[in-house]
Design a binder for this molecule. Structure first.
Ligand SMILES: [Zn+2]
Length: 210
């Protein structure tokens, strides 16, 4: 096994049958999934705000010049921190966990890889529910031109970068969730890339899905 492969953890699920078709994940819990939870933060916000998402002006972000005036779809696609900080400011404690529980996740810092991935599968299945479609559109854009653009489209994706919580310790780990194809996803993949940002996790996911 090459060192690069060792740096990758992944879980793949066949959405049609619900079975796990690939798993290489050494630790049980993902204590920090970083920006992966952003669509669920948005949904928790939407539930308190008549399922309407705001426009936010981002002047400074992980992108130094900021994302400018941004709406929910672009905020998900570009994983804008300013946008989701603003949504989070309007949440009450417990809101996010309440939302996550509706998707089978016990809590934001206590999810197993399976629970995390299945929450996204469930999100895609509930596209008719209020507030969900803009989130899926943001994930579609992410795979096309956003932080997961290495996937080169035809997928729904969300990247994240989080503090590394396993050994050997790195400054941060990149995550990506991919549901493909975009219209009626059949395959779900969660991938973590040790010591690299989420955008590169998307690149490894593209390789794995080939
Ligand atoms: Zn931003």
């Amino acid at each position: 096994m090459t060192p690069l492969l060792l740096a990758i953890s992944f879980l793949r699920v066949d959405i049609t049958t619900g079975t796990v078709t690939g798993r290489q994940w050494p630790d049980e819990i993902i204590a920090d999934a970083g920006s992966l939870w952003k669509p669920f933060i948005a949904l928790a916000y939407a539930q308190r705000h008549e399922f309407r998402y705001p426009q936010v002006t981002c002047r400074r972000c992980w992108l130094p010049r900021g994302h400018g005036r941004i709406e929910i779809e672009a905020a998900i696609s570009n994983s804008c921190n300013t946008y989701f900080d603003e949504l989070r400011r309007h949440l009450q404690s417990g809101d996010l966990d309440d939302t996550l529980r509706r998707f089978g996740v016990p809590g934001a810092s206590t999810a197993t890889p399976e629970q995390l991935l299945r929450a996204f599968v469930e999100l895609a299945k509930r596209r008719q529910e209020p507030g969900v479609l803009p989130l899926l559109e943001g994930m579609r854009l992410s795979a096309q031109s956003g932080t997961a653009k290495e996937l080169k489209g035809h997928a729904l994706a969300k990247t994240g970068t989080a503090a590394c919580t396993h050994l050997p310790k790195a400054p941060g780990d990149g995550f990506v969730v991919v549901l493909t194809p975009d219209l009626q996803p059949r395959t779900a993949l969660l991938l973590r890339l040790h010591g690299r940002p989420g955008s590169l996790a998307a690149k490894e996911a593209a390789r794995l899905l080939k």
